[in-house]
Structure formats: C-alpha cells, structure tokens
Design a protein around this ligand. Structure first.
Ligand SMILES: [Zn+2]
Length: 147
C-alpha cells in the first residue's frame, strides 16, 4: 500500500475592491489642459498632485517679483525688497559667479525685458544695506560685488 500525501493548496483570490463598478471611480485631472485620469478619487493626476504646490509657489513668487519690478521702475530703489526673491537671486549669482557689471546682471539675472536703471536701483538698494560693494570699470560701468 503506497501512502500518498495529499497537499491541499488553498488559493485565496481577492475580490477586487472596486467590484464591477470600477469605472465609476475614474476622474479627470482638475489641472487645466490635462486630460489624465486620477487615482483614488483625487482631484489631480499623479503628476499634478506632486507639482501643484510647487507650481503655485513659483507662480506666486513670479507675481511678487513682477510687482516689485514695476514699483522699482516707477519709484526707484526704495521699492526694492532686499530680502525678496529677486535680491536673493542677485546675491546668489554674485556669490556663484563673482563680481558683475550692472550690464551683465541685466542680461544674466533680469532678462532683456528690463532696463539698466532698474538694475541700478537694485544695486543701490543692496549697497545701502551694505550687502554689496559698488565699483567702476574704466569704461564707466558700475561693478557689483558681494560685501
Ligand atoms: Zn494632470
């Protein structure tokens, strides 16, 4: 008589929690111009869920910087927020690349839509707070360097 072991294999199949109505949880991303579906009933697709707070912060910073530029354009260096994003960028740029003429700061930090008098206002404001030193090239350009 041969003894044979009987091995029972229990297979447990999970019933999908969505059941038959899986389609009713499909939702489209709430971000403009995004047609992706979202997961778990969230308002945004996985990509936009991650990026949304970041994007909002960047847009807010940009709006603040644009406001500041406009005020500086109209009213001069007194409108410069020396603790603001734009000044942080200027100081960061100077610490990374060394002394810069205002013309180069205009090109490298402000972009072509600005004019030199705005850069001068920022340089003056930072100079008043002793955060930068101003010098001159032989051609008469103002050189900005970290204090
Ligand atoms: Zn999306």
């Amino acid at each position: 008589m041969s003894s044979s072991k009987v091995i029972r294999v229990y297979s447990v199949e999970r019933v999908p929690s969505g059941g038959m109505g899986a389609g009713n949880r499909t939702r489209r991303c709430a971000t403009d111009n995004c047609d992706l579906t979202t997961r778990e009933g969230k308002a945004h697709c996985p990509e936009h869920v991650e990026h949304l707070p970041y994007v909002q912060r960047v847009l807010r910073d940009l709006a603040l910087m644009e406001d500041e530029l406009e005020r500086v354009r109209l009213f001069g260096w007194k409108e410069v927020d020396v603790n603001g994003q734009r000044c942080r960028e200027i100081l960061m740029h100077l610490s990374t690349h060394g002394a810069r003429t205002e013309e180069r700061l205009l090109r490298e930090v402000f972009g072509s839509s600005c004019d030199l008098s705005i850069v001068s206002s920022y340089a003056d404001a930072l100079h008043m707070k002793r955060m930068v030193i101003l010098g001159q090239t032989t051609r008469g350009s103002t050189v900005v360097s970290l204090a």
